[in-house]
Every structure is written in structure tokens, then in C-alpha cells.
Design a protein around this ligand. Structure first.
Ligand SMILES: *Cc1c(COP(=O)(O)O)cnc(C)c1O
Length: 481
């Protein structure tokens, strides 16, 4: 076992089970030497070393020093049923013994992927009845690019290839999905976006709404889609893709007028609507899907994250009967697939996750109890003098930090205050993420009222400390947008 430390005791604490790991400093040194982290500045990381997370239970995670941290991000927006559900471990072990792997190419299938596809069809709105499986959201959105182009080509309209998406949207990190996304920093590396994709403005009233009311601005932002379809030519446009609520962009909850107008424009034009539900799916907004919360009728839904509560990597593209019918009638191979599409272990775990979400009425509880309670407590945080807006949709929420609440002003030094707040949260055992000067949360859906109270209390203290630091460092200066 070399330098491995033995589990000192079995304390009976369920978070104390697997502790045979090396000392923290050794792991940090090894991590720094051999591990290239996603979305991380390696220089900044190596200055302090990674915080090493070793176990989790419910909404709490534990680090290698034994600190218990309230994970208000549910990992990366995904651990919807919370950490430590043994039922998922048990089905994974059972499935690995029975059939650890088989593919779904070339006219074979297996029981778990069949059961999962049927379950998704039952839960998904409208006639979204068929799923193409992937390993996550990025590759599902890459599938969507090929799927919509193949759909139109099969209908004899091969020029309909262009896809419209949004600035500051997030659709994943592969070349296709990062091109669909509208993240400038990602496009700047490696010459993205690929051709055939364009981005319209986002429905981000707080920062971009100016003097318009949110409702007026929502309409205006949606009508940018109509203008873009006209510019590109309807005969060239395959689809529009958007998140019901932008997640990674900073929990941007669209004004009430936005989605009805987008739906009208998609209906009036012959283009497909793709709802990227990777975050908003499986209860996050207080309904099974964000499309239900926002009355969207997508032709395709991208799913991942909450599908397995992050316990296994699995995602997919759920398609409507209209699209499925074309593939069923026209024949011809869809020349696309991933070795792990519909992986039996991931499918078994996802199915068990959906059973728990359903049987424990977790989505209903978010809708009727903990969601409204969080909304009330979040609005209280919104009264903090450093907060210009508090917005929320179900169990995803954001705070806009500002030096001047009444003017919705940005900081002169943009992005300087959010990281300070994130560090104060981290130091007080609360994981809250920053996007520029926005603070965001997306806790496990099983968070209780008393855990919400703990989260709000820690966040409030972190805001106080952040404001004191920002004042001391001369950062409370308003800039212009
Ligand atoms: C996380 C995310 C993705 C990418 O999913 P991965 O599993 O990381 O590939 C795609 N779309 C949205 C909306 C996401 O939040």
C-alpha cells in the first residue's frame, strides 16, 4: 500500500467509509504533477493546491481534511438526488456482474437501455418519445447538429443546415457543442465557432435590458431570432437551440414574454426547436423539464446531468414523433454513434435515479415546498446592499453583485468581486460558484428547509465579508456596460 494511510476508525459516520487515501499534501502534489484540470488556470491552482473531495452524503461533501461542506452546486448542477444513495451503487454492481457492456449498434439492444428509453418517453413532455444516448451533454449536442441536418436532408432539404443559438449560452465543450455555445472565451481558443452556426443576443434583462421593462425586453430578445432567420434565409436554417434557463452563463431566467415569442417564431418558420435541458431537466426548475415550466414545445431535448444525478456519465437527445417518423419511414443509416451510447451500467443507474426522484416525490417537493421556501429566503439575500438582483427558477438561482444597486451597475473592474465572494463561501464550507460578478447556486433537489437556512446564513456572512474586502480594496466603483 506504500504511503497509503489506513482508515483510522470506523466511526459509524456514513461519510467516513472510504478513507484509505494518502495525505492531502501528497495528493495535491501528485495532482499538480499529473492532472490537467478542466476550466482551470493551472498556475492559480498550483499556487494553493486542489481541495480534495473524498465523500458525500445528502447535500454535504467531505474533503481530505475532514471538513464538511454544503454543496450548493450539486457538483456541476447534477447531483439532483444528493450524494450517497446506496441504491444506485447496488444496481451498478448488479449490472456490472450481469452485463457490464454491450453495444447498441448493428441491430442489438439490452434490457436496461430499453427500460430507460421507455421511462424517459413516459416522463418527457408531448410526443418526445425516443432517445439517442450519449455519455453527456456535449456529445448529445454534437449528435443534435448531425441529427437535424440529417433530418432535413432526408426530407429533401439539404440546404437547411444552419443552426442559430445564443451569446453566452452553454451547450458543452466538444468542438460542435462549444460552437453552439456562445462563450467568447471558449471561441477564442482554437478558432471556434465552426461554420454554419450564428448567435443572437440572450434574454439577460438585468445587464442588457436598459430602460425597457423585462417584458418589453423579453419580446425584443426573442424577435432577434426572427431577424436572424430572415438574414440567413429560412431555407438554410435547420434549428434554433437554447437552454430554457441559461445555467453556466449565470442562471439567466428569461422574462415571461421570451419563450412564448420564441415558440411563435419557431412555429411560424419551418425550423426545429432544440431545448438544451441538460441542467433544467429532471426537476431543476420545479417541473420534470424546463420545457414544462416555460411552456416550450421542443422537437428535441438534450438531457444529461440530472438524468443519473451524476452517478454515471450518461446523456441523450430525446426526439419527437415528427423527427422519429422521418427516420422510420425514409430508411437509410444515421451514420453516427458512440461506443458507450446507452451503456448498460449507466442506463441501470439512471433508471434507479428516476425511480427515486419519482417515488420520493422529489420534484413535487421542490415545486410545492422547498422551492418556494428557497425563493423566499433567496429574495431576502437580494436585500443585501451588495446585491442588485436575486433571481430564481425552482432550485437554480443567481445574485448579481453590484457597487450601485439602484443603477444595476457593473463593477468598474469587471469580474473582480465574484471570486472574492466565492473564496469566502469556500472558506466557510459553502460551495457557491461565481460567473464574473454573479453568484450562482443549484443545490441538490433534496435540500431541506433547515439546510436552506444554513446555506443562506453562510452566504449572507460571505456577502458581508466580500463587501468589506471590496471596500478595502477600492473595488466598489461603478463601471459602464
Ligand atoms: C453541462 C452542460 C452541457 C454539457 O454537458 P457535459 O456532460 O459536460 O458534456 C451542455 N448543455 C448544458 C446546458 C449544460 O449545462
Amino acid at each position: 500500500m506504500g504511503n497509503r494511510r489506513q482508515n483510522p476508525s470506523n466511526s459509524g459516520d456514513p461519510m467516513d467509509h472510504i478513507t484509505n487515501h494518502p495525505a492531502t499534501a501528497d495528493m495535491q502534489a501528485s495532482d499538480a504533477a499529473h492532472h490537467l484540470h478542466p476550466f482551470t488556470d493551472t498556475v492559480a491552482l498550483n499556487e494553493k493546491g486542489a481541495r480534495i473531495i473524498t465523500s458525500g452524503k445528502g447535500v454535504m461533501i467531505k474533503d481530505s481534511e475532514g471538513e464538511e461542506i454544503l454543496d450548493a452546486m450539486a457538483g456541476l448542477w447534477c447531483v439532483n438526488i444528493g450524494y450517497g444513495r446506496n441504491e444506485l451503487a447496488d444496481v451498478a454492481a448488479r449490472q456490472m456482474r450481469e452485463l457490464p457492456y454491450y453495444n447498441t449498434f448493428f441491430q442489438t439492444s439490452h434490457p436496461m437501455v430499453i427500460a430507460l428509453a421507455e421511462k424517459i418517453a413516459q416522463l418527457a413532455p408531448g410526443d418526445l418519445n425516443r432517445t439517442f444516448f450519449s455519455c453527456g451533454g456535449s456529445d448529445a449536442n454534437d449528435t443534435n447538429i448531425r441529427l437535424v441536418r440529417h433530418y432535413w436532408a432526408s426530407l429533401g432539404k439539404p440546404t437547411k443546415t444552419h443552426i442559430i443559438s445564443r451569446k453566452n449560452g452553454y451547450h458543452g465543450s466538444a468542438i460542435g457543442s462549444a460552437s453552439l455555445g456562445g462563450m467568447e472565451a471558449m471561441h477564442a481558443q482554437g478558432g471556434l465557432p465552426i461554420p454554419g452556426i450564428s448567435h443572437i443576443d440572450q434574454p439577460y434583462w438585468y445587464a442588457e435590458g436598459g430602460d425597457l421593462s423585462p417584458e418589453e425586453f423579453g419580446l425584443k430578445a426573442a424577435q432577434a431570432l426572427e431577424a436572424e432567420i430572415e438574414r440567413v434565409g429560412e431555407g438554410n436554417v435547420a434549428a434554433f437551440i437554447a437552454e430554457p434557463v441559461q445555467g453556466a452563463g449565470g442562471v439567466i431566467v428569461p422574462p415571461s414574454t421570451y419563450w412564448p415569442e420564441i415558440q411563435r417564431i419557431c412555429d411560424a418558420n419551418e425550423i426545429l426547436l432544440i431545448a438544451d435541458e441538460v441542467i433544467t431537466g429532471f426537476g431543476r426548475t420545479g417541473a420534470w423539464f424546463g420545457s414544462q415550466t416555460y411552456n416550450i414545445r421542443p422537437d428535441i431535448m438534450t438531457i444529461a446531468k440530472g438524468l443519473s444525478s451524476g452517478y454515471q456519465p450518461i446523456g441523450g437527445s430525446v426526439i419527437s414523433e415528427k423527427i422519429a417518423a422521418v427516420f422510420a419511414e425514409k430508411g437509410g443509416e444515421f451514420a453516427h454513434g458512440y461506443t458507450y451510447s446507452g451503456h448498460p451500467v449507466a442506463a441501470a443507474v439512471a433508471l434507479e435515479n428516476l425511480r427515486i426522484l419519482e417515488e420520493e416525490h422529489i420534484v413535487d417537493t421542490v415545486a410545492s415546498d422547498t422551492g418556494p421556501y428557497l425563493a423566499q429566503r433567496w429574495a431576502e439575500l437580494g436585500q443585501h446592499p451588495l446585491v442588485g438582483e436575486a433571481r430564481i427558477s425552482g432550485m437554480m438561482a443567481a445574485l448579481e453583485l453590484t457597487p450601485d444597486v439602484s443603477a444595476r451597475a457593473p463593477f468598474a473592474e469587471s469580474g473582480s468581486v465574484g471570486p472574492i465572494c466565492r473564496d469566502h463561501c469556500f472558506a466557510s464550507n459553502l460551495i457557491m460558484r461565481h460567473v464574473g460578478d454573479k453568484m450562482i447556486i443549484s443545490p441538490p433537489l433534496v435540500i431541506s428547509r433547515s439546510e436552506i437556512d444554513t446555506m443562506i446564513e453562510r452566504a449572507h456572512k460571505a456577502l458581508d465579508k466580500t463587501m468589506a474586502d471590496a471596500k478595502a480594496q477600492g473595488l466598489m466603483v461603478a463601471g459602464t456596460r
